[in-house]
Each structure stands twice: as structure tokens, then as C-alpha cells.
Design a binder for this molecule. Sequence first.
Ligand code: GCU
Length: 416
Amino acid sequence: MNRTILALSALLVPASLAQSPPPANYDESKAGSYILPDPLVLASGKRVRNATMWREQRRPEILRLFEENMHGHSPPRPPGMTFDVFDKGTAVRDGKAIRKQITIHFTADKSGPRMDLLLYVPAHSPKPVPVLLHLSFTANSLTVDDPGVKEGLIWNREKKLVPASQGRGFGKLRVDDFIARGFGIATVYYGDIEPDFAGGFPHGVRGLFLKPGQTEPGPGDWGAIGAWAWGLSRAMDYLETDKNVDAKRVAIAGVSRLGKTVLWAGAEDQRFAMVIASCSGEGGAALSRRNYGETIKNLNTRFSYQFAGNYQKFGDHPDSLPVDAHMLLALIAPRPLLLSTGDQDRWSDPRGEFLAAVAAGPVYRLLGKQDLGTDQFPPAGQPILHTLGYSMHAGGHGAIPSDWDVFLQFMEKYLR
Ligand code: GCU
């Protein structure tokens, strides 16, 4: 084909196809070879020799790289934020739990975006309790079995806000199991923070923080994952004020894109004492340099709004991204981190998540914590519950009931 024909055929490709990323690779022999950036070498080339160097030099350096290239910068807590505790503590679950509901108004203007936080704590605990804060795909009223929970609003497929009763559930949180073990459990709906579609930012918190003259977030500004993670920090702002909650022992959990979100929230906000990320895949715990399942290019094509615009630069060249997933995991060290996956969830690349955890190991060890302790990929059903943990169920994408048993075990081990 000569040049003219090539140029013409390029023009004839419909825009939608021109944008499609190559089909995902599921052949282990084609996953490619790669060299990961060393989490324990400073940009200057100097080796990180101790915890102080990690904390004061390398960690901030890596965090900045993630902000610049992937998730953008998040603003601080807004000064006018208020907590409206409209359910101050109702005895529920046969008197075993106390339920609270709080509307977090992100700004002094109460007509702006706000988020409802639902919290259960054990009724008879003599002291403040550890809490799991779950970032959920749907409104609080659909997340638990409790008719006393205020009906929320959800974003439907037509990108409209409708009463939650018009939506579907995503499985219920096991409130009673947490209460029975002396833990609290809390949830927020990610759509309260920002809707999950391209162009959704004016309806969410990112719309609040545009600079004068800006009509949309710039290339270095935060994406929707940054916004959802920021919302978790605002929930934490409330939890710090609640006398029933031990704010030093708050874990965060989320699945899939919300698994990516909890990893970023844990990296950015060190008040979170534990992170449990389920099936977070590409853009989460899976190595981007490994060509298996979803790629950065896939994310950029379908979910560009979830990331900073700068992330677009790396679709064709994942190896030019100055960070990779193992460094995101390292930002959570020395705090307990559990990666939960499914052996059939090839799109999320469970082995790529495992390998990222292996490569984050040196940072956990430097900080005196137990890493995975192996580089042998474990079979499904044999969780490694070290400070840096990995657990794979037999099955596909999502958190299944048996995963929740593992999460509870992980919390028992490190937050009790
Ligand atoms: C898509 C996307 C993933 C994401 C998942 C989810 O499959 O490609 O990156 O994790 O949606 O959030 O369910």
C-alpha cells in the first residue's frame, strides 16, 4: 500500500473503531517482559536505606508521581463543610447495634453536593470500635436490610438522579457479622460524591473546585477516582468526631473501580489504618507493564474521566509511566493491605496483582512488616494474610460471600 492509500484508509476508519484498544491478551507467554521502577531508589539514584528516608523522601516523591501522571491533585478539606447527624443513634438489630446517619455537606452551601454516611456500631461496646468504611455502588438504603435507612437517590442508566427504590441492589453488607465481632460498619454511595460517567463532573465535587475561568478539569487535575477517594476522606473527617468510633482503626474497602479508589484513598490519606481492595485490576493493583487483561489504553478509551488527563499519555507506552501498581501498594505500607481477587477474573489480571504485591514487598520489609513471604502464585482459596495480604477466590469479578469471611479475618488480625 502506498502512502496515499494508507492515509485514506486511516481516514475511512470510523472514529469509534479508531479508538478501540487492541483486544486483551490472555496468553501468559505473551504478557511480555518488563523492568519495574525500583520503589526503593530515589529519583536522584540514591538508595533508600531506612524508614526515615522512605517516609521523608521517597514516599512523597512517589505520591507526587501518581498525582501528576495518574490521579491528579485533590483539594484539601473544604472549610465550610458540615455534618448533619440526622439519625443520632437508633437501637436496631434486636438492640445489638446503634445506627447513625449523617449528611455530609461538602460546602457551606447546602444546595451543593452532599453525601449520606450510614454507620452501625455495636450497642454495648465499652470503648470506641474499629470500623470498616465501605464505598458502595448504590445508595445506603439498598446496601443494607434496614427499613429505617433514609432512601437515597441514585444515578440511573439515563444519567438521571432517581429514588433508590427504582434501582437494584448489589448484595447486602453483613452488618450483623461485623457487630457480632465488635466492629462497626459504615457505607457511602460513590454517586453522592460524583456520578460515574464522562462529563459527570459538574454534578459532583469536581465541579466545586474548578479554578476561575476553567470549564472542565485540566490535564493535571483529579479524575473521578480522585474525587471518590476524596469523598472517603470526608467520611473519615466525620468518623474522627464520633465518640463510638476508634478513628485510628478505620479500614476502607471497595470493589473493582472502587477497589482502585480505596487504594488511591489509602495512599493519599494515611489516617486510613487498613485497605481492602477487591478486583481492582488495571489502574489499581495490577501491574500496567504486564500485558495481560485490561490495559491503560482500555481504561483511557472507556474510562478517561476516572483519571487525570495526563494518564492518556501512557496508553501506548505503559513502560514510560514513571510508576506502576507495586508503588501504589507501597504507598499504603506499613499499614495492612489485602488484595482480593478471583481466579477467573482475567480482565483484572489476578496474577498481575500478585506480582505487584511481590514487588511492593521490599517496602513492607524495610518498614519492619511482613510482606507476602513468597513469589509463588498461590492457588484459589489459600489466602496469605500477612500485613501485605493476597486472597483469591475460585470465580470471577466481584466480592463473593467467602471473601467477606476473609476480610473479617484480616480485620480481626490487625485491627482488633
Ligand atoms: C470495567 C473496567 C474495569 C473496572 C470495572 C468495574 O470492567 O474496565 O477497570 O474495574 O469496569 O469497575 O466494574
